[in-house]
Design a protein around this ligand. Structure first.
Ligand code: SF4
Ligand code: SF4
Length: 443
């Protein structure tokens, strides 16, 4: 079925979801787009009213509506603030799906980006890995340096010039080069878990994936990292491509076989938030519904899982010559961890257990950094404002290291820090700090 002939997503929603909002406005101060514009239509309450008007046939899908749905970060801060429990996540995804269905926003550049990323690269892991290899070559051969040094990007179209600084550093070894399909701990395994390596994370943060496996082994888990795993589908779900998201969910369920696992582990906040809702995604698929429910019961963010199993606390370094620890760090909370999954204390518990680490709280730690999936590509101006605000707060902590749990946030913060007055400050995943602490304890 072509998207235009599909039934309306908003009209297909349970109407009670559209009725939940009681217009109290408690969400307004927490919404970054309302904060930036002070316009009702750029607030959660305003967007919900627009979506309800569409479902009631009082409005048609317009370019203005498409713009608002694109301007919304999908950060879900409004859900945390809402006393009525409005399911904005579902409304947001349906609103974006409606924009895609009706094709009201079809600029050429946008179509090209969507097709390249969403339909091609993120649906075909071998193609994404090939892109990763080409990016790695571009970086290690010095071509990127030449392009930057001699200002060659000035010859490229404006949108490409804006994207180039966001190119993350690609690792020489991808996740499957560093992690065997099955790895066993010393001694009999206490649990068998599946490991999701992610898409961009597979080649940009393969070292974080390796650290995650090391931490799981240290905690007595046998780790299964299937080669046939696919993208989790969050990018597709958040951008209104439901049918693709369903296909990817089915592929992952087949690759992991959740019935043979105690948990399915993910270290990326954005993916985790989506991965816990496969049952909702596949509720009308009789062949996969029960397996999707099993999947959801077992899907765990790594921090959440470690606290649940009472993770092994790293001992202080055995040798007096060992490095003393990471020092002063501050923690930026990824939206889809704190708002999407309500995981706020577990990463802090892990950080506080690390010898030689001083955690300095970050002002507005739950305020979006502007990464938000592909938001820094589609909305560079607003994304840049949010990044500047975040970097200001980070500077005021005096932290040597920034810690965060989402690949998108890490790339966004690294890009901002590299261009700032303090370019040397690293951005690290909490699990990498824990893995390093276990290694230090053995020195
Ligand atoms: S998801 Fe974020 S940007 Fe969108 S309405 Fe909610 S708080 Fe505002
Ligand atoms: S806080 Fe909840 S109920 Fe109140 S206006 Fe916002 S979305 Fe509606």
């Amino acid at each position: 079925m072509s998207p235009a002939t599909q039934a309306s997503y908003l009209k297909g929603l349970d109407y009670s979801v559209l009725q939940q909002c009681m217009h109290c406005g408690m969400c307004l101060p927490t919404c970054p787009t309302y904060d930036a514009t002070l316009m009702e239509r750029s607030s959660p309450r305003g967007r919900i009213a627009l979506m309800r008007a569409l479902a009631d046939d009082r409005l048609g899908v317009s370019r203005e509506f498409a713009k608002e749905m694109s301007f919304c970060l999908g950060c879900l801060a409004c859900m945390t603030a809402c006393p009525a429990g409005v399911n904005y996540a579902e409304l947001f995804e349906m609103g974006r799906a409606e924009v895609e269905r009706t094709k009201v926003s079809d600029a050429l550049f946008r179509r090209l980006i969507r097709w390249t990323l969403i339909e091609m690269a993120f649906c075909h892991p071998p193609l994404l890995r090939l892109i990763g290899r080409l990016m790695w070559l571009y970086q290690v051969t010095g071509l990127q340096w030449v392009v930057r040094q001699f200002g060659l990007m000035a010859l490229a179209p404006k949108r490409f010039r804006e994207l180039e600084p966001l190119t993350p550093k690609v690792q020489a070894k991808f996740s499957f080069d560093l992690i065997r399909e099955t790895e066993r701990p010393q001694g009999p395994p206490k649990r068998r878990v599946g490991m999701i390596t992610g898409c961009v994370a597979d080649f940009v943060f393969s070292h974080v994936n390796r650290d995650t496996v090391d931490v799981l082994l240290e905690n007595g888990c046998e780790v299964f990292t299937p080669r046939g795993q696919a993208c989790c589908g969050s990018l597709h779900g958040h951008n209104g491509e439901w049918e693709m998201a369903k296909r990817l969910a089915r592929r992952n369920i087949d690759a992991f076989a959740p019935e043979k696992l105690d948990a399915i582990i993910i270290n990326a906040a954005g993916c985790g938030s989506h991965l816990k809702h496969y049952a909702h995604l596949l509720h009308d698929d009789p062949q996969y519904r029960a397996r999707a429910e099993d999947w959801d019961r077992k899907a765990r963010d790594i921090h959440e899982f470690l606290v649940e199993i009472d993770f092994k606390k790293p001992a202080p370094p055995a040798s007096c010559c060992a490095n003393g620890g990471p020092g002063r760090v501050t923690y930026h909370e990824a939206c889809h961890l704190c708002h999407g999954q309500k995981i706020t204390q577990q990463p802090r518990q892990i950080l506080r257990a690390i010898p030689g680490l001083e955690l300095v709280e970050l002002n507005e730690s739950t305020w979006c950094c502007g990464s938000a999936g592909v938001y820094n590509i589609t909305q560079p101006e607003m994304s840049g404002k949010l990044l500047k605000r975040k970097l200001g707060h980070i500077d005021r902590t005096g932290a040597e290291t920034v810690v965060t749990s989402n690949p998108g946030c890490t790339i966004q913060l690294e890009t901002g820090i590299a261009a700032s007055a303090h370019p040397g400050r690293p951005v690290v995943h909490p699990i990498s700090l824990l893995a390093q602490a276990y290694r230090r304890a053995r020195l």
